[in-house]
Design a protein around this ligand. Structure first.
Ligand SMILES: [Zn+2]
Ligand SMILES: [Zn+2]
Length: 264
């Protein structure tokens, strides 16, 4: 059963904007019944408001320390415990990594280039969303990507948001944008690139995206999916039930779920 092999490959620690300290995460993952977890902190010097400090963004020196800690953790937990991976979540552009080799890179289009204008309160902006869709395609065909992050969720709506919106209101806005602009033709283009290159598309649990029909299409096209809770709170690590229920209902098997190369 897929359920017995639950993984969560999208978790933020206090090295970026997550709650849990990295050292706590394998333990929390074990308690949540996971067999593997990846810590994927934000590392993106091009992001608006970038600050390379714990609580905000990871930087390369701290990524190198985390990779060293990961090696030590693996050698001292050889017998039991979950498989631990350390990756990063970058934005739309590849980032300088020095000599660091994270286990996986999630590439997520968190923002668009500054010349793509957004108007407050105006969510249904075809030009903006077409620029977004193009940026996702660029990510899928470009370098430094293992997982295309939340392609149909956590959309870059911040520049359009009015103050005081709730999580649920933002999700409803996203669903409307997805319905209007995200054509099957676009998903097919992303999936074709992903399948050809062996990169994964993310099943993003907090936004339950992509929707079942598009996941079905992706599976039929040979895409592997990566499962992520995108947990920022410690209590959300391992909240991946939506993805596993969906995969089971679509008859997916282990081979349809993406994984990084196993650690030594
Ligand atoms: Zn993200
Ligand atoms: Zn994230």
């Amino acid at each position: 059963m897929l359920e017995d092999l639950r993984v969560d490959y999208h978790v933020h620690s206090s090295e970026s904007d997550g709650e849990a300290k990295p050292e706590r995460i394998p333990e929390l993952a074990g308690e949540a019944g996971l067999v593997a977890v990846t810590i994927t902190d934000h590392l993106d010097p091009y992001a608006p408001g970038y600050e390379p400090t714990p609580g905000k963004f990871l930087d390369v020196p701290r990524l190198l320390s985390m990779l060293k800690w990961r090696d030590e953790w693996r050698s001292s937990h050889r017998e039991h415990g979950v498989d631990l991976f350390v990756g990063i979540e970058r934005g739309p552009l590849p980032v300088p990594l020095g000599g660091a080799a994270p286990d996986l890179v999630i590439a997520s289009v968190h923002y668009l280039p500054a010349d793509v204008r957004a108007v407050r309160g105006r969510f249904l902006d075809e030009t903006y969303w077409h620029a977004y869709m193009k940026s996702v395609l660029d990510v899928a065909r470009g370098p430094q990507v293992d997982v295309v992050g939340h392609m149909a969720g956590y959309l870059p709506i911040n520049p359009m948001l009015l103050p005081g919106s709730t999580f649920e209101e933002r999700r409803e806005i996203e669903r409307e944008i997805v319905r209007r602009y995200f054509t099957q033709d676009w998903y097919e283009k992303v999936f074709r690139l992903a399948a050809a290159r062996g990169i994964a598309c993310e099943l993003h649990c907090p936004t339950r995206s992509p929707g079942p029909d598009m996941v079905r299409l992706g599976l039929d096209m040979g895409v592997k999916f990566s499962v992520g809770s995108d947990a920022h709170m410690a209590s959300c690590i391992g909240e991946v039930g939506w993805a596993y229920d969906l995969l089971e209902s679509l008859g997916a098997d282990e081979a349809d779920i993406w994984s990084p190369e196993p650690g030594s």
